[in-house]
Ligand binder design. Sequence first.
Ligand SMILES: Nc1ncnc2c1ncn2[C@@H]1O[C@H](COP(=O)(O)OP(=O)(O)OP(=O)(O)O)[C@@H](O)[C@H]1O
Ligand SMILES: [Mg+2]
Length: 457
Amino acid sequence: MGRAYRILVVDDEETIRSMLRDLLSANGHQVDDAVDTRSAVQLLRGREYDVVLTDLMLPDGDGLEVLRIARSRPYDPEVLVITAYGSIDSAVEAVRAGAFDYLTKPLATQKLLLTVDRAAERRSLRTEVSNLRREVGERYAQKNLVGTSAAMRRVLELIDIVSATDSAVLIQGESGTGKELVARAIHYGGARATRHFTAINCAALPEALLESELFGYAKGAFTGAATDHKGLFEESDGGTLLLDEIGDMPLLLQGKLLRVLQEGEIRRVGSAAVRRVDVRILASTNRSLPDLIRDGRFREDLFYRLNVIPLVIPPLRERAEDVIALCRHFLTVHAGKLGRPPQTLTPDALQVALHHDWPGNVRELENVIERAVTLTSSLEISADEFQRILGLGHVPARPAAAPAAADAGSLQNAEKDTILRALREAGGNQTRAAIALGMGRNTLWRKMKKYGIESRI
Ligand SMILES: Nc1ncnc2c1ncn2[C@@H]1O[C@H](COP(=O)(O)OP(=O)(O)OP(=O)(O)O)[C@@H](O)[C@H]1O
Ligand SMILES: [Mg+2]
């Protein structure tokens, strides 16, 4: 016997109700039953069910109504519809409207039990996933954004406002200022919190690959496209997609993105079919989009569409108050990781931190503090020590547009992974992989050598 579930049976025929009640309780489940929509709704409001089995034709309405009300309950049960032979069309409609499956009368016992089990199984998986997402969400909630400066308070306020909406948000700020953290706080603070959050770096992939990652492709769209493939817009349906480094998105794709934003529609590469998607788009950049527009490298219409609500995170050097709060925060976090009591910075050491210009922003500050905690053991970290530790990983000041040193590494990893994947998908055929990657065969060969990728995969 499998697990026991709570099941609601809705049918106006007494014979069907008692047959289902007997059969399901004999298999260990708890069963309630209702004779019409009205009493079903009452029960649905009163207690939680794992699975609802409903006839499509009811004396005071139809099963679709029961389906709608059941799925809108917070415990969100799976619904199976029962239909008389000959009315398959409405059963299919019910599945489209969110029913798990349909069963035709006369009911076959074994199939019925199996389907109920599968439905209940899916519900518990769904619950598990959404609990996990909630836990992840906790980690990315607004309260994890440290900062008390006026600028940061404004950012937190804006996050609150935009979390409650579904509009696109453009998050601007230098590298390491917390753009991705802000994007996550927006997602996990809103109605989509239990759905997917995905981030993709638009600068890390060659154009053709970025397009198929985002939009998916149809079988045969290009060499190596052996099956249909969903892109990130479809994968993120119901959730949020962060387009990181949006300034690096090629112009052609910018046009297609505009269509997603305006119409909520996508077309897979190599397919004529238009698909609807419900994705919240967040975009981030550390470059000046107006400059890129002036150079003809970014579409002005897309900029306005994305920039409905601009969210600018100022560089850390302009937020002295936050430097202090962040130092304290990371001292506690990293001491905690080592199981030690938190250290403090002497007032002079704090002055050093305040006068540093933090070209790598919060990411740099966190690294420095982590190093300080690891390398010192005194309860107080002196100015000299702090200065020395700052110097250890000194990144020379650089123009805001250049990617951070830390990013170059992850960029290269992303490129290596992409190449490996393309090669695998092309069955090791380098010419085909090069086409899929949108690069010349020689370029691919050079990169394989650079990353030490064997020619046979
Ligand atoms: N206000 C903050 N409070 C706590 N941690 C922060 C804050 N801002 C940034 N961080 C931390 O700093 C690091 C860098 O943040 P994040 O990756 O979000 O920056 P980014 O702006 O996306 O950088 P890049 O442009 O390089 O992608 C992360 O580890 C993040 O958790
Ligand atoms: Mg980022």
